[in-house]
Design a protein around this ligand. Sequence first.
Ligand SMILES: [Zn+2]
Length: 410
Amino acid sequence: MKQKIAKKIKLLALLLSTAFLYSCSEDDYSYEKGTFIPAIDATNLPASFKPITMFADDEDPKFMYDKSDRWFRVNQLVQAVIKSKNEVQISLYSPVGLSDVKVYAKIPNYEKRFVLYHFSYIPAFHRSIHTIPLTEGTHDYELENGNAVTIEQIEGFANGSIEFSVESSDPLFQKLKKIKSQHLVQFHDQYHINEYGKFLPMNPVLAKEAITLMINFSYALSHPLYYETFMNFDRFKREQAERAGTEVIGAKDWHGNNADANGEYDYFTKQQIEKIYWDWLDSRTVYMAMVGGDAALGGGPLSSVWESTYVSSHWHGGVSVWSHEYGHHIGFGHSSNLANGGEGGGQQEMMAQFMQYLIHIQDLPFTDPEILKTWTKTQYLNSKNYSKPIFKINQNNPFLLKYKGEGTWK
Ligand SMILES: [Zn+2]
């Protein structure tokens, strides 16, 4: 039997100096299994954990529109936030649950992260409140290398004093972890309150679809094949023209918001294109909303599409309008092919074709509309005419023609 020798951290000393505490090598320490705080199955937590399912179908929409409470970054779908000096709120912004989730903590004056909570399972859109074990007493915690650290009781934690990070062996998490976009996602009711009809109120059923679209879209933007195509859009256009046996139609590469004169576009340099790529993935806020009229709208934080896009189209890769509005949100007008389709196609066509290719090769976090079954939830929908979205790749898809089923993000 292995002898348990855990590294000890003296908490009072933590506040003053740490130098003498960490002189031993981590490799000297091992632990016995079972000495850590046990794994938590979040499926059926007692009421003391205040468990809820966010965006439950019949939840009052006022909760999804509360921007101080419902928000997430697309690269942090398992969200941990300090709720009080001894409590952490765990939320999962995903339409599918995750197994084997380790929430790591890093506290000031100790250089290593350790497992604060281990969830054997977190259901879709789950949220619950958990006491910070550090505030309860002295415990052993698992380090990343499997070794143990003993940390003595700490009174409490201020907001931001624990740095959280998440790891999981779940294959879905391995996909979600690749998302590079740091966009902050919220729902905003100002649009339909101020201009009812042009915009329509959403509900949790639609919000779940919007979140699913946003996660898939962010994954696609982060994908190496997308980066490769975005950075070489001139080649993408040239190859399309070659296949069609024509000259390149319209702009030969990405161009900006200046009006085009005599076929002269304000083309971006490679350096500018690289910067624009990262703008699509930066940490700005996007307000998701739903339009009711003829025109979808985007600009500033807003990006909006119709109910049909949320319920159905995005499962077919129908993100052309969404990409267009997202292009406005990033800062492009109709004179740029980064928003508009323009002559010969731009970002909106390319992205829709790319999403279709990713669905075809099953390389998106979510490709099965059955996970939400929104088309069956007619009491929550304005149109009653949806059926289950069924995807079929267009054989002329430029990514299919070029990559022939290859290109999965390894
Ligand atoms: Zn537009």
